[in-house]
Design a protein around this ligand. Structure first.
Ligand code: IMP
Length: 500
């Protein structure tokens, strides 16, 4: 007879945290949200840690170099999606790796002979204010000047005029040599009231740029996710079909960590992919696996060498896997089961394999519940899709702004490697294609989410995630509590009192 688990399948929404004693030293600023990203021996630090335990979903509608850079600046990590040719994904990875925190690769460049119309379109598409002018329009050409939205106006100037006619020429600008320290570069930015400082070599070529905005973000978020050479870190999805070609290309492009992208990770295919990465490639790059919803599957992937294991089937906001295939488990129940197995595994083997809670987090407080139930870090799709930095289109519907958001199992994405229902087609969909309310830039949103997490942990008397895992007290909510929470109050602002 089939096994029927005794527990009901529960979602994150069914739990609340009961406050613990808050002591003097437990203040929001004292809360350390840093988390291990990959497996490590107990008692030793994980080779890869993130200061903000949030990573972006491996999805077309979410992954972009811009989002990955913004997320790395706030201490999280972006993943480039694998639903694209290997070369295109490798380009996405290197587009992030060529930026150093502080000293950025210049990626908005033009040349003196370009027209104002061309530079205007370039700035608009990149949502930037200023472009660097080099003799050949390349990021390492001879530095010729700067041109930005303050230098010309489409209604005042002829858009057929050249960039040379309106740019600020190099000899009138403050520049610095590549030997300058970041702190001296920032002093120059403030002393000279600059938005952008070009770093120029002795023979006049552009080396990099330093942005005032990056300084402000560094002061706000403090711990960027960077490698030993101060380049932003980025992860990348892989699949169990073309991993022999994809992994080496992504490693070559500089990917810091990989993750097998699959809706159901408890498979021999994942084991083979992990074994290839660990045994044949000698573990040159850590590879996470998933998704799973119980302890058996966690152990199977941990034994095969998974760097981390992703938890969640059927809970994603765009997901219809449960309706289509009847597989999945409430995210809270899945986390409770997998976290217990992770801790048993750590005790037995001396190796800690982090777990990532993926999908179905509707409110910020669901993140706190997920951490309390044992998650080491959290993967989010809908949350990041709402921001300027996600790659999807901004659209206006009935006077309100939305960003497009679609599942990897929808016909729009056709991610056949993730769903493995057939060789080249999806015979049925496991995801929907829709819109999510536009929420502006990533930076203030992540700052607000982090502030909420810190506040929750303070109420629960915890200053680190391991403390929170150990000491959190949770309670299940009753149907009556839902009714009470739903008491209708019409807000003065006209907005809803729930959601993010
Ligand atoms: P969200 O944060 O609730 O939007 O969920 C994002 C997660 O849903 C991703 O990280 C994937 O694990 C999962 N996902 C992405 N696309 C699909 C789909 O089409 N169907 C089911 N799950 C999906």
């Amino acid at each position: 007879m089939a096994v029927i688990l005794p527990e009901v399948s529960r979602t994150l929404n069914e739990y609340l945290l009961v406050p613990n004693l808050t002591t003097e030293d437990c203040a929001p600023d004292a809360v350390d949200l840093s988390a291990p990203l990959v497996r490590h021996p107990i008692g030793q630090p994980s080779p890869l840690r993130i200061a903000t335990p949030l990573v972006s979903a491996i999805m077309q509608a979410v992954s972009s170099p811009r989002l990955a850079i913004a997320l790395a600046q706030t201490g999280g990590l972006g993943f480039a999606h694998q639903n694209q040719p290997i070369a295109a994904q490798a380009r996405m990875v290197s587009a992030v790796k060529r930026h150093k925190a502080g000293f950025r690769h210049s990626d908005i460049n033009t040349k003196p002979t370009a027209t104002l119309g061309e530079v205007s379109r370039l700035l608009q598409a990149a949502e930037r204010d200023i472009a660097v002018v080099t003799d050949d329009g390349s990021p390492t050409g001879l530095f010729v000047g700067l041109i930005g939205s303050r230098d010309f106006h489409p209604q005042r100037h002829d858009l057929n005029d050249t960039v040379a006619s309106r740019m600020r020429p190099a000899d009138t600008l403050v520049t610095a040599p590549p030997t300058i320290s970041l702190s001296d570069a920032n002093t120059l930015i403030w002393d000279q009231r600059l938005d952008l400082l070009p770093i120029v070599t002795a023979d006049g070529h552009l080396a990099s740029i330093v942005l005032r905005r990056d300084y402000e973000l560094h002061k706000q978020f403090r711990n960027e996710t960077i490698d030993a050479e101060k380049r932003f870190r980025i992860g990348a999805g892989i699949n169990t079909r073309d991993f022999r070609d994809r992994i080496p290309a992504l490693v070559e492009a500089g990917a810091d960590v990989l993750c097998i992208d699959s809706s159901d990770g408890y498979s021999v295919w994942q084991q083979r992919t992990l074994r290839y990465a660990v045994e044949e490639l000698g573990g040159v790059v850590p590879v996470g696996a998933g998704n799973v919803v119980d302890g058996r599957a966690f152990r199977y992937l941990a034994d095969a060498g998974a760097a981390f294991v992703k938890v969640g089937i059927g809970g994603g906001s765009i997901c219809i896997t449960r309706d289509q295939k009847g597989i999945g488990r409430g995210q809270a129940s899945a986390l409770i089961d997998v976290a217990a197995e992770r801790d048993r595994y750590a005790e037995e083997t001396g190796v800690y394999v982090p777990i990532c809670c993926d999908g179905g987090l509707l409110a910020d407080y669901h993140m706190a519940v997920a951490f309390a139930l044992g998650a080491d870090f959290i993967m989010l799709g809908r949350y990041f899709a709402r921001f300027d930095e996600s790659p999807s289109n901004l659209v206006k519907l009935d006077g309100q702004l939305f960003k497009e958001y679609w599942g990897e199992g929808s016909q729009r994405a056709r991610n056949v490697a993730r769903y493995d229902q057939g060789e080249t087609e999806l015979p049925f969909e496991e995801g929907v294609d829709g819109y999510v309310p536009y929420a502006g830039s990533l930076y203030p949103n992540v700052a607000r989410t982090v502030a909420k997490l810190r506040a929750t942990m303070v109420s629960c008397g915890a200053t680190t995630l391991p403390d929170f895992h150990r000491d959190a007290v949770l309670v299940q909510v009753s149907q009556q509590s839902y009714l009470q929470n739903g008491a209708e109050v019409r807000l003065r602002s006209g907005s809803s009192s729930t959601g993010q």
